[in-house]
Design a protein around this ligand. Structure first.
Ligand SMILES: Nc1ncnc2c1ncn2[C@@H]1O[C@H](COP(=O)(O)OP(=O)(O)OP(=O)(O)O)[C@@H](O)[C@H]1O
Length: 219
């Protein structure tokens, strides 16, 4: 009699989620950074991704953005994704308007609207080097929003900002969340940021890192 061979189960991917990610693991070279991770993001959620420094939070964002493609990973994204890195990564020799038009293909008029939406009206012809770090972050946010992303990825958007600027940026995010109907993953170190902004807090821990807690905040 032939031995019965059980079919290999297909990984389940939730098609209703904006993002459905399944990882069996991830690392750089021989260093294993992430263990098995399963993460689904539903439309409208603001998910704070928290955990120790070096724990793999930014790596998860890079995987969600398609910048890393681990073998065996299943990542299904419904629509467009935008990522804002910790460093604003702007074009220093181009005006604010051109930082948007050249990188996203939107019109100058749409770029002006996007700059106004993040509080940079009137600065259209300035250059990134003439702006504070907080203003550069606003510009990076405007660029990310210009493509109307279905999923926005923010890597430590408030790090190195003074308390007042951090508070102003959080207010701005709150407003943009409503205006742009955002679904977001925010990487942050600060529990206060996670508690203020997030509808759900996902915590990474261990080595290699896995999700140790996943809770809705009630916000
Ligand atoms: N391109 C790379 N090549 C090699 N190692 C990397 C690379 N990027 C990140 N790492 C390492 O992977 C680990 C996880 O980094 P990652 O940036 O994902 O963590 P993190 O949780 O976002 O950290 P932090 O909170 O300090 O920003 C760290 O040990 C880091 O040094």
């Amino acid at each position: 009699m032939q031995p019965q061979i059980a079919p290999i189960p297909k990984p389940h991917v939730d098609r209703s989620a904006v993002l459905s990610l399944q990882l069996t693991g991830f690392g750089y070279g021989t260093a294993q950074i992430l263990g098995a991770i399963e993460l689904k993001i539903q439309r409208g959620e603001t998910v704070a991704l928290v955990g120790p420094s070096g724990g793999g939070k930014s790596s998860i964002l890079r995987i969600c953005a398609g910048l890393e493609q681990p073998s065996g990973a299943k990542c299904r994204l419904r629509g467009r994704v935008s990522i804002v890195f910790q460093e604003p990564t702007l074009l220093p020799w181009r005006s604010l308007v051109e930082n948007l038009t050249l990188t996203t293909g939107i019109t100058r008029g749409a770029a002006r609207d996007a700059l106004a939406a993040v509080g940079l009206a009137g600065r259209e012809n300035d250059f990134p080097g003439q702006m504070s770090l907080g203003q550069q972050r606003r510009l990076a946010l405007a660029r990310a929003l210009a493509v109307r992303p279905d999923l926005l990825l923010l890597d430590e958007p408030f790090v190195s900002l003074d308390p007042q600027t951090t508070s102003d940026m959080m207010d701005l995010y709150d407003k943009l969340r409503d205006d742009y109907d955002l679904t977001t993953i925010i990487v942050t170190h600060a529990a206060s940021e996670a508690e203020r902004l997030a509808t759900r807090i996902v915590t990474l821990g261990g080595s290699p890192a896995v999700i140790t807690s996943d809770q809705n905040t009630g916000a």
